[in-house]
Design a binder for this molecule. Structure first.
Ligand code: PHE
Length: 468
């Protein structure tokens, strides 16, 4: 254990895991998914999924990690089920896919921080041109991968935990400051009511699937990120309460991010929120196109300050997530191939950067990668560019991974083993309601619903077939 490293205490773990969860998913993806999903109805579904379906998956992942003190691939083998390490491999693959495109978007965000500092508010209108300029965005992506690798190379307590302990509180303070400011803008309340007053007639398969995908992605579930972080958790920590804090922080920050973004968007649209739901308006560009205009309207030094502050915040949030994404394959290479951490980190980071190049080219620079989904004949429920295609693929794989992990815990490893691991560090667990709910969730609720929803999302996203 000593040579693998560990978190120094429960708070360190919670902050690092919340750092993994809170990221571009909360601040970049959540608002445009809410826009696509028609507003508040999406939010209600998302919250329900987080607490009912995702929370049990999170506890299971952490418990598997802590029990085995290993990466996701090694963990399944160490529990005695070598064939099941395919689930770990699937997670590893999925993590590599996510980091490959996520790093590109994180690079955009970091680049926007620099542009805002220079007072370049026109960048929002020129977003299309900006992401086409692959030397510029490529350089930002390199800087981002480099920073991620640097932190991961410093190890668990000295790198990942330390970064989270600085970045997470900073992020929370920044985001609260921006919410207070956003609320003072004209039309702020129109944005808030779009966000918070549900229109249940809007719910269809696209909205349900979108909310579930968002819940999984946002909580970093289904690919073993939390198996990996769980492997560095102390034996006397309470897994259930840690998972509760992580979930609450992630959901809380996504929710608060909405309170910041929607007033900004409403301000920019003069209160006409209908536009947000129109195809082509939202999408990956939503905050990159809309927000610079808001900061320009604020004007002057204040505009520069608020704008650069926002994109710095986004970069910080992304960094604690890219760190967790890189840690998964690194832990695998260190544990299973006995390579030293530093060497493993730089090697894996380099390879994943290369895998991300098609995503980097898919913002208009390469015709082929920019129209990838249409060229290979995927339904137009997914945006045409390669980056969106990879993101959508990863999303469905997370659902599959989550489903297999709970199924494994419930029926293969068996729930009494899971319960025994959770009971360590949680005194009253054996007679608790949490135990009853969790056992029901991992044997019945989650495997069935996740399997069903996985198939439905797959059909809907990739083939345009909608069952409801
Ligand atoms: N949860 C992160 C976010 O919301 C993304 C992520 C997914 C990180 C999966 C790790 C694993 O931005």
């Amino acid at each position: 254990m000593a040579s693998r490293g560990s978190f120094s205490n429960k708070l360190g773990f919670i902050l690092a895991a919340a750092g993994s969860a809170v990221g571009l998913g909360n601040i970049w993806k959540f608002p445009f998914e809410v826009g696509n999903g028609g507003g508040a109805a999406f939010v209600v579904l998302y919250l329900t999924f987080c607490f009912i379906l995702c929370f049990p998956v999170m506890i299971t992942e952490i418990a598997i990690g802590r029990k085995t003190s290993l990466n996701p691939v090694g963990a399944f083998s160490a529990l005695g089920f070598k064939n099941w390490n395919i689930v770990g491999k699937l997670g590893l693959f999925c993590g590599v896919l996510i980091l490959s495109f996520y790093n590109v978007v994180a690079g955009w965000a970091f680049g926007y921080f620099i542009e805002m500092l220079m007072g370049n508010f026109e960048i929002g209108q020129a977003f299309g041109e900006y992401i086409k300029d692959i030397f510029k965005v490529g350089a930002y992506a390199i800087v981002f991968m480099f920073s991620t690798a640097f932190i991961v190379s410093k190890g668990i307590s000295g790198g990942i935990e330390k970064a989270a302990k600085i970045l997470m509180p900073t992020l929370i303070v920044m985001i609260l400051g921006l919410v207070v400011y956003a609320m003072t803008l004209p039309n702020a309340m129109k944005g808030i009511s779009f966000y918070l007053v549900p229109e249940f007639s809007e719910i269809d398969m696209g909205v349900i699937g979108g909310a579930l995908r968002q819940a999984f992605f946002s909580l970093s579930l289904g690919m073993g990120a939390l198996i990996t972080y769980g492997s560095y958790v102390g034996k006397d920590d309470n897994i259930v309460s840690s998972a509760a804090y992580i979930t609450l922080m992630d959901v809380g920050i996504a929710f608060i991010a909405g309170l910041m973004i929607f007033p900004f968007v409403a301000f920019n649209l003069g209160g006409d929120m209908q536009q947000v739901t129109e195809p082509g308006f939202g999408g990956p560009g939503l905050i990159f196109v809309t927000l610079p205009g808001v900061f320009e309207n604020i004007g002057g030094v204040l505009g520069i300050l608020v704008g650069s502050f926002f994109f710095l915040l986004l970069s910080f949030a992304a960094l604690t997530s890219t760190v967790s994404l890189l840690e998964v394959p690194v832990a695998y290479v260190v544990d299973e191939h006995k390579v030293g951490r530093t060497k493993a980190v730089w090697l894996v980071a380099g390879v994943i950067f290369l895998i991300g190049i098609p995503s980097l080219l898919s913002g208009g620079y390469s015709e082929f990668f920019s129209n990838f989904s249409r060229i290979i004949g995927v339904a137009d429920t997914i945006d045409a560019d390669f980056l969106s295609f990879v993101a959508a693929t990863a999303d469905v794989l997370l659902l599959l991974g989550g489903c297999l992990i709970v199924f494994f815990a419930g029926y293969i490893w068996k729930k009494h083993n899971l319960n025994a691991e959770i009971a360590q560090g949680y005194k009253g667990y054996d007679n608790s309601f949490v135990k009853t709910f969790l056992n029901f969730a991992i044997t019945i609720l989650c495997p069935i619903l996740l399997a069903l929803l996985f198939v439905m999302v797959l059909l809907n996203n990739f083939f345009g077939i909608s069952i409801i």
